[in-house]
Design a protein around this ligand. Structure first.
Ligand code: TNX
Length: 539
């Protein structure tokens, strides 16, 4: 009898010690919150915690619960045990910022307060970083997890926090796009700029124009040589692909569930050789051309004819309903005027519309498209070249060639987004190590991204209000796989997330400097590992 009790005791002890939770981790949240303080106590998180949400925040609560189910293997029961531990999402209109939140972890109660589901979603993204990294790939051995008690008050610095991806130069799978969006959402970025068309490939299905799928979506070669050079090697294999409208809709839905707005970019009037290869009449010469098999800037651009405008309007009619966000990016960059100079129709149009020159004509082109897009209740964004020859009345300018474009546009009362090559081009080399994979050139180390200030010093306080935010760009001329895309994006995206989310005064004061960022990044590596992200390790 005695030995029986002893035996049971041993088993009990073993069970207790085997399931004993690991100590809670001190969360160093990335991007840095506006205020955070932790205490030494813990909240015991297990499947007995009950979940409550106010109606307004239910999508964020459901997202959290799906996360628990996926990563921990259980869902929390809604409003089950009033006296047990509780995770509650409380709608609170007194939170100032639309995307802001408060997160309080107490011994038996976690409270998330926000005035939008988006704010509550960001609170959950912070809470997620209270969990051990291994939860992310479901290898954490314990079902019970200790979370540090803490208080966080947080709100973003900018309303526009973006990442761009060029899927024309190289094509990326739907699965990868979803992963990209997941990573953005984890870092509280809220806008995905999807560069869907360019000289080397047209990547969105347009049902009225089947040749876009047949011709414009594929180029003759997989391998392409250096900028503006013919390929060194030919493999003679067609390269390309496109997203069906169904796939686009699925991606947009996926992004929306993560509070990420998707902005499609349909390039015009330049970077349009793929479309012209499919429909030669869209160009000024009418001569057949090919989807580009080298990188660079090409002279065949859309000709401003009635036929072209009809084409673009029809394309936009199919594109706009797929994207619920208010912006359509119309490109506008790098459009050589060679063909327009030599085209009778263009010269006649310049005269008829009393335009100054071909730049005036570009401005006319963009303004005409803007009017169409505005008539459908949407706004345009264009690269800073849309300033040349006069800015379309309601356009938002994305400044890439420096910050001058942003300064000029903001002073003229236009909204701007900063993506200068100097601080936001993640296709540039990130270290001077010889082992870096071939990149387009340029040099943009992590520290430089981290120290970026999106508000140009030439702007006064009033003008600076036009700065919506900033964005990291990933052009993919030299990036042909998703692994390499991740390598170029990580960890620079994390520095950019800090730039656009975190309050710089607090960041400088509390974290002191870049060194503290790299410390927090070193802890974050585990989270990236667990999510199978191929990051560059600079530490
Ligand atoms: C310039 S940025 C471009 C892209 C290239 C990129 C390479 C911009 C609006 N145009 O077409 O891919 O440089 O860094």
């Amino acid at each position: 009898m005695r030995s029986n009790i002893f035996f049971k005791l041993v088993i009990l002890l073993c069970i207790v010690s085997c399931t004993k939770p690991e100590p809670s981790i001190t969360p160093f949240i990335l991007p840095t919150p506006s205020f955070d303080g932790v205490s030494n106590e813990d909240f015991v998180f297990d499947k007995n915690v009950s979940l409550h949400t106010d109606f307004e925040l239910r999508s964020a609560a459901n997202f959290a619960n799906d996360f628990f189910e996926e990563k921990l293997g259980y869902k929390l029961p809604y409003d089950s045990k009033p006296n047990g531990n509780l995770l509650q999402f409380i709608f609170d209109e007194s939170i100032e910022n639309e995307e802001g939140y408060e997160l309080k972890v107490d011994i038996s109660l976690i409270t998330i307060k926000a005035k939008t589901a988006k704010g509550a979603f960001y609170a959950f993204q912070s809470l997620r970083q209270f969990f051990p990294a291994t939860v992310e790939n479901k290898t954490f051995p314990h079902k019970t997890i200790l979370l540090k008690c803490a208080l966080i008050k947080d709100a973003p610095r900018f309303v526009y926090r973006g990442m761009h991806l060029d899927v024309s130069r190289h094509f990326f799978s739907v699965e990868f796009i979803k992963k990209y969006i997941d990573m953005m959402a984890m870092l509280k970025m809220n806008t995905f700029h999807w560069h869907l068309t360019d000289d080397q490939g047209w990547r969105i299905e347009i049902k009225q124009y089947p040749e876009l799928q047949k011709v414009a979506a594929y180029r003759d070669e997989t391998l392409i040589g250096h900028y503006n050079e013919e390929p060194q090697q030919f493999d003679g294999k067609k390269y390309g692909g496109f997203y069906t409208q169904e796939e686009v809709a699925a991606i947009v839905k996926y992004a929306t569930e993560r509070f990420v707005t998707v902005i499609p970019e349909i390039e015009m009037p330049g970077h349009s050789q793929a479309a012209i290869a499919a429909y030669p009449n869209l160009g000024c010469t009418g001569k057949p051309t090919k989807v580009a098999t080298k990188w660079g800037v090409f002279e065949d651009i859309y000709c401003p004819t009635a036929e072209t405008f009809t084409f673009l309007e029809n394309v936009l009619d199919e594109v706009m309903p797929l994207f619920p966000g208010k912006y359509i990016h119309i490109g506008g960059d790098e459009a050589p005027k060679t063909r327009w100079k030599a085209c009778e129709h263009c010269q006649a149009l310049i005269k008829k519309e009393k335009l100054k020159d071909e730049y005036g004509l570009q401005s006319y082109f963009i303004a005409r498209i803007e009017k169409y897009i505005n008539s459908k209740g949407k706004q345009i964004i264009g690269w800073d070249e849309i300033l040349e020859g006069g800015l379309a009345p309601n356009a938002t300018v994305m400044s890439w060639r420096g910050t001058e474009g942003a300064v000029e546009a903001a002073k003229a009362g236009h909204n701007v987004i900063l993506t200068p090559t100097s601080h936001a081009y993640f296709d540039y080399y990130q270290s001077d190590n010889d082992a870096e994979p071939l990149a387009i050139g340029g040099y943009l180390p992590l520290e430089k991204v981290y120290n970026f200030n999106p508000i140009p010093k030439e702007l006064n306080e009033e003008e600076a209000k036009h700065v919506l935010g900033a964005q990291g760009n990933l052009w993919t001329e030299y990036i042909s796989t998703s692994e390499q895309a991740e390598y170029m994006v990580f960890p620079r995206i994390i520095a950019m997330a800090e730039v656009v989310w975190s309050n710089p005064t607090k960041r400088d004061y509390q974290q002191k400097d870049y060194q503290h960022f790299t410390y927090r990044l070193s802890l974050f590596h585990k989270r990236l590992d667990a999510q199978n992200v191929n990051y560059a390790n600079h530490l």
